[in-house]
Design a protein around this ligand. Structure first.
Ligand code: GDP
Ligand code: IMO
Ligand code: MG
Length: 422
């Protein structure tokens, strides 16, 4: 009997989950995505390959590793097919190793239009969604109208599709939205046919079988804890539970079967889309982080908002997830910063607090602690002993403030640029 380890983002997404899952995959037999969908963009770099995955788990570049798309994920067959084809071009064939839960829900072309219509109607209050149809698809799931992967094998799949599409068209009419669904249908159904060539499974049984067999399973999160539907900065969140508990419902594993929880965070913060961001640097410092860190969305190409590390938010995410090991990414982006700041508390209406306020519009003034920058290039470093004292002081401060050890420090986008600490 083994346990399922979970790797998830502790900030607003894009913490480097894809890179680190790829680094950790040799320690695992199975990598399983448990929530989100093609709103995710997980970047992997090794040899001369740079690749971005959206729906497919980040273990695919290790031959023999089983990759599971769990029931908590939402899948767009068009994007799924594009991902499969671009992996095939790289010589990666997943026919035998990729398994898809029959209970995962499908994103229809009309879901994407509903997403766009809803955002347009919100005007200035828009969420800043990736417009991949995520919200409307999860709404149909909880509203008990959704179409699941297993349904593509049903004799009346076409009717079910048409029924839901017509329902969506009604809503789109109310939005006065110029619908163009039919233009995407052929490609969508081609994607559905391609999905049938893969192993469509009852993933909860499979995952629990792997656990019983002692196989090592790593659950890969998408987005980040501050985008969680329950605990994120609502309504500026995604539509799934991105926290640890989401892995239980998104894969069908009991809480007692959870092993290590790897919480990944950047040495600073980024956010893409609307919503509060207390430590945001809407100035040349933020711009410098964006340029050096190449902080542009892996899915949408949008510039990411940048700011200092926020320990109030990080401690909150660690609490929600029961993080047992921390992973810090991208400190190398700060190589040329003379001073590095970290928010240790918030000041709200004159009072200091170490909690995230319920009211997301509360005027938050971060209370910063300053650190001396290391002013040295760290990307080539291979072990803890190489790291500059100033960075070690930064690492130790985060460990002390969170009570959780930082076990991995990522110092560059490449697979090799990773320090595993003793
Ligand atoms: P994910 O969504 O959590 O998988 O993260 P993304 O792939 O969206 O964004 C992370 C970006 O940072 C990608 O471009 C990665 O290639 C890159 N990256 C990951 N780790 C590091 C690191 O330690 N240093 C630097 N400089 N870049 C990194
Ligand atoms: P990965 O897995 C960063 C953000 C969007 C928007 C909000 C809602 O790569 O870390 P949605 O499309 O879900 O309706 O958008 O969530 N968002 C992400 N931000 N990384 C992601 O995924 C994200 N997925 C969604 O920008 O603010
Ligand atoms: Mg990303």
């Amino acid at each position: 009997m083994s346990k399922v380890d979970i790797l998830l983002g502790l900030q607003w997404g894009d913490e480097g989950k894809g890179k680190v899952v790829d680094v950790l995959t040799p320690n695992y037999d199975v990598i399983a995505r448990f929530q989100g969908g093609p709103n995710a963009g997980h970047s992997l770099e090794f040899n001369n390959i740079k690749h971005v995955l959206h729906t497919i788990p980040s273990g695919v570049f290790h031959p023999g590793c089983i990759n599971v798309i769990g029931n908590g994920v939402v899948i767009d067959p068009i994007i799924f097919a594009q991902e499969i084809h671009s992996l095939e071009k790289l010589g990666v064939n997943l026919r035998r190793t990729l398994k898809i839960s029959k209970k995962a829900h499908l994103i229809l072309p009309s879901h994407r239009e509903l997403d766009a219509a809803s955002e347009a109607a919100k005007g200035k209050g828009k969420i800043g969604s990736t417009l991949k149809g995520i919200g409307p698809t999860y709404m149909d799931k909880t509203g008990r109208n959704g179409i699941r992967v297993g349904d593509i094998l049903a004799h009346d799949f076409q009717e079910r599709y048409q029924f839901l599409k017509n329902k969506h068209k009604e809503i789109l009419r109310q939005y006065n939205y110029q619908s163009n669904i039919e233009q995407h249908e052929e490609e969508w159904f081609k994607g559905v046919e391609l999905m049938k060539e893969y192993d469509l499974i009852d993933s909860e049984y499979e995952i629990n079988k792997y656990i019983a067999q002692g196989k090592r399973v790593l659950a890969e999160g998408a987005q980040g804890s501050l985008l969680d539907i329950d605990f994120g900065s609502y309504p500026f969140v995604t539509s799934s539970n991105t926290i640890c508990a989401g892995a239980c419902t998104g894969l069908g594993i009991a809480p007692g079967k959870v092993g290590e929880v790897y919480g990944i965070f950047k040495a600073y913060c980024t956010r893409v889309g609307s919503g509060p961001f207390p430590t945001e640097l809407d100035n040349e410092v933020g711009e410098k982080i964006r340029q050096i860190g190449a902080e542009y969305g892996a899915t949408t190409g949008r510039p990411r908002r940048c700011g200092w590390l926020d320990l109030v938010a990080l401690r909150y995410a660690i609490m929600l997830n029961g993080v047992t090991q921390l992973i810090m990414t991208k400190p190398d982006v700060l190589d040329t910063f003379e001073t590095i700041k970290v928010a240790v508390a918030y000041r709200i209406n004159g009072a200091e607090t170490d909690r995230l306020p319920y009211d997301i519009n509360a005027p938050i003034e971060p209370v910063y602690k300053e650190f001396k920058g290391w002013m040295r290039e760290i990307s080539g470093f291979k072990s803890d002993d190489d790291l500059p004292d100033e960075l070690m002081a930064y690492i130790q401060f985060v460990e002390q403030e969170t009570g959780v050890p930082i076990k991995i420090v990522s110092v560059g986008p490449n697979r090799d640029e990773t320090i595993v600490r003793e």
